[in-house]
Design a protein around this ligand. Structure first.
Ligand code: NAD
Ligand code: TDX
Length: 386
């Protein structure tokens, strides 16, 4: 499932790849969806590099996401909050970190509408805390000869597109519409300012909607898969015509890897999947994937007998239109021309293949999603979809 580079990777920040040293990464939010996929990717692609994960283990963070690399000699997990600046400073010093890959955030738009405070705290103050620690340890104490702070952001900072508008590019003006995207926009500006003012060696990526393994089932694709397997309603906001650009998480991880190795400090790179889909069309495709899988595998019919496909009916009969998300952005689309030209980035997983693989992953990893759907998850679903 993962797409790997064939070329021998250069060391971070050294395009020529001539430095003998290994990199030492601090990955914040490494127990979340994308962060964990990135940790799997990095340990596989860069043997000998050290990876320290800093994660507060909020409802979205889960050590089970790191199960595939559990016990890896180059991996260390530290539970902690990115807002705890002294702790981050200690980690940078003690672990000799030269690279921060900053994923940690509150990431769910709907939750930001119900309660924005946590988003300001983690996404704005938390990112500033990381920047302050990096500045102190890397720029003032000069603990390492070269460093990189990579900030993971989102296409949502650019706002919403009309049906015929060109895709977002790196110079599209910011126009965030939700408390989530506003908090991410604020963090992007802080990262930029720390480069221009203090000379911190930063890069930022703004990517589109990710999907794939270990995706928390509050987001559209995993929620639909889990509901479908249970034979529960598939809630589509509004008219279902909102458009998202879908990026398989393995392509995103490859994109960040390319930026870390060959991206220019101070630059922003957009990373997308190059496939736009209306939500309704996407969910109908997922339903067709499920129908085919149930028709081919008798075992699925007994394990998930609540799914209409287990009785030979269409899973799409579960689709239900519900109240729209307030301020719901109509369309996102990403122009990744800059990453393609400068870094050789290109998404490799087609949406059709990615959805099939993701459906299969959820079927094969029932233990994982059952474990994360605890009491707090049930309360969220009851409050939000009441
Ligand atoms: P996620 O919600 O699955 O994971 C976030 C992780 O951060 C969790 O492990 C959580 O425990 C941790 N965390 C939260 N607050 C923390 C704190 N104060 N201190 C330390 N750790 C904390 O998120 P994700 O979907 O993996 O997204 C990762 C990053 O990518 C985020 O910055 C998000 O804005 C960005 N992004 C996500 C998508 C997407 O489609 N999921 C798209 C574009 C950008
Ligand atoms: O039940 C639902 N029904 C529905 O129609 C849910 C949860 C979502 N939707 C719609 C809203 C969006 O148009 O599906 C689309 C995708 O929704 P989410 O999965 O919540 O993603 P989105 O709001 O687009 O944001 C995601 O991509 C950008 C991530 O959660 C963000 O962290 C990232 O920055």
């Amino acid at each position: 499932m993962r797409n790997m580079e064939n070329a021998q990777p250069a060391r971070i920040g050294d395009a020529a790849g001539t430095l003998p040293r290994k990199s030492r990464l601090l990955v914040t939010g490494g127990a979340g969806f994308i962060g964990a996929n990135f940790v799997h990717h990095w340990l596989e692609m860069h043997p000998g590099d050290r990876v320290v994960v800093l994660d507060a283990l909020t409802y979205a963070g889960n050590l089970a996401n790191l199960e595939p690399v559990k016990g890896h000699p180059d991996l260390k997990f530290v539970q902690g909050n990115i807002c705890d600046t002294p702790k981050v400073e200690r980690l940078l010093r003690e672990e000799g970190i030269d690279t921060i890959v900053h994923f940690a955030a509150e990431s769910h738009v709907d939750r930001s509408i119900h309660g924005p405070d946590a988003f300001i705290e983690t996404n704005v103050h938390g990112t500033h805390s990381m920047l302050k620690a990096a500045r102190k340890v890397w720029l003032e104490e000069k603990t390492v000869p070269r460093h990189r702070f990579h900030h993971v952001s989102t296409d949502e900072v650019y706002g919403s597109l009309g049906p015929k508008d060109p895709a977002f590019h790196e110079r599209t003006a910011y126009a965030p519409n939700s408390p989530y995207s506003a908090s991410k926009a604020a963090s992007d500006h802080l990262v930029r300012a720390y480069h221009h003012t203090y000379g911190l060696q930063v890069t930022t990526s703004n990517c589109s909607n990710n999907y794939g393994p270990f995706h928390f089932p509050e987001k559209l694709i995993p929620l639909m898969i889990v509901n479908l397997l249970h034979g529960r309603a598939l809630p589509i906001y509004g008219d279902g015509r909102n458009v998202r650009d879908w990026l398989h998480v393995s392509d995103h991880c490859r994109g960040i890897d390319l930026i870390l190795r060959n991206g220019r400090p101070g630059e922003v790179y957009n990373i997308g999947g190059g496939v736009e889909s209306e939500n309704l069309e996407l969910v109908e495709t997922l339903c067709a994937v499920a129908d085919d899988a149930f028709a081919a595998l008798q075992d699925l019919c007994s394990r998930f007998s609540g799914c209409p496909a287990a009785r030979g009916d269409k899973s799409s009969s579960l689709i239900q239109f519900v109240k729209d998300r307030p301020g719901h952005d109509r369309r996102y689309a990403i122009d990744c021309g800059k990453a393609e030209r400068e870094l050789g980035y290109r998404a490799q997983v087609s949406l059709a293949q990615g959805l099939r693989n993701t459906f299969d992953w959820y079927v094969q990893n029932e233990w994982w999603w059952r474990a994360v759907m605890d009491g707090s998850y049930q309360r969220w679903v009851e409050t939000h979809y009441r």
